[in-house]
Design a protein around this ligand. Sequence first.
Ligand code: NAD
Length: 431
Amino acid sequence: MNISIFGTGYVGLVTGVCFAELGNDVVCYDIDKNKIEQLKRKKVPFFEPELEELIIKNIDKKRIYFTNNLDEAVKDRKVIFVSVGTPQKRNGAVNLSSVKNVANDIGRKLKSYTIIVNKSTVPVGTGTVIKKIIRKNYNGDFDVVSNPEFLREGSAVSDFMNPERIVIGANFAKPKKIINNLYNLFDCPIVNTSIETAEMIKYASNAFLATKISFINEIANVCERVGADIKEVAYAMGLDSRIGDKFLNAGIGYGGSCFPKDVKALHNIALDNNYNFKLLKSVIKVNNDQRLIIVSKTENLLKNLNNKKICVWGLAFKPNTDDTRESAAIDIIRSLHRKNAIVNTYDPIADYKKFVLNNNFRKKINFYFDKYDALENCDALIIATEWDEFKNADLKKVKKLLKKPNIVDGRNIYNPNKIKKLGFRYLSVGR
Ligand code: NAD
């Protein structure tokens, strides 16, 4: 099928490349000229496992190409996927300007029947908004479908190729049949719904997962006070198939470009419709507080943080991605700065320049390209991301390099007994 993808970020690029791999003819369009130039040179503008090999393969097979020419992106395409960003506004509402711009651009260029499939996460009712904007510029036949995406950064290609379910929200039989056909190679349930229900499924799923994380973090905080071990509690809870073992890792909470914004958006959507979603308000508050618990623990270990040198391992919001959007490390570093600490950091692949540029830090951060170099003369090490590289670190070397053998582990990656035997003062979450 002739497919076009608007937006070559984590979702758009993975969608485009995977559909090309499945034998479709794909064109990817983005307004970011730099990104398109890189992609034409077979360079992926961000880190995502498996993606580069697949891009090179499919460019060579002429199944995918990249453009910033709008005419090329719309001409002769049967299906156009929209996968542009939907960030949050200051008030927590969703900023739909990119989605609206895309609808406007597509409407100006359409010449024949096309299905516009929205993959961006958007409030209920956005499908209708897209339709109205296109209709302003185009009188012919077209349809709008909602197809929310559930892939996770860090395993996006594998998630896209092996989904647990595909949701197709279509209000008419013709687009429903065509988009179901497009996905017929996938071996998973396809849930056909209305556009509105599909839009809601995405928010409900993300909000539920975020709730699970905040729940286990609160259990962890109680465990600390009563002398229970959260790892064992979570393990035993997870054996119950009604609960499941995923998203039960206590720590410093969720981050990234999706959960924080989607939970706030759903809370806002409910408010706009005269419903106070009390539970989600608490989920957000628990998550915000949880990030800073790790700073209080460091402060308790060191008495105060004034002029203390602290090393933070991990800037990405989770392992296997370079994405630092809404990562816990941002709040942790801000809080350390407020308490007048000196901050060293290391992350295996996060982009330091972007991290500084996007976050307006009050003070300088010292970035290192080697995790051990970052430790030198530090009063404590904080673990903010559970990279394998940190799990497998040479802890004897860590102890030698730190000025004082203090580790505050925000991701529970070490065994408390083993690490204490090595002579560390060690604090983690819920143990
Ligand atoms: P992203 O920020 O990585 O990429 C968005 C891309 O859209 C950028 O390259 C940007 O230049 C491009 N863009 C902006 N305006 C455009 C326009 N008018 N025309 C063409 N391109 C334009 O975003 P992302 O992380 O891929 O997320 C996209 C959407 O998918 C969001 O709604 C997000 O909530 C949702 N989502 C993301 C994930 C994830 O893990 N990142 C997972 C599921 C759903």
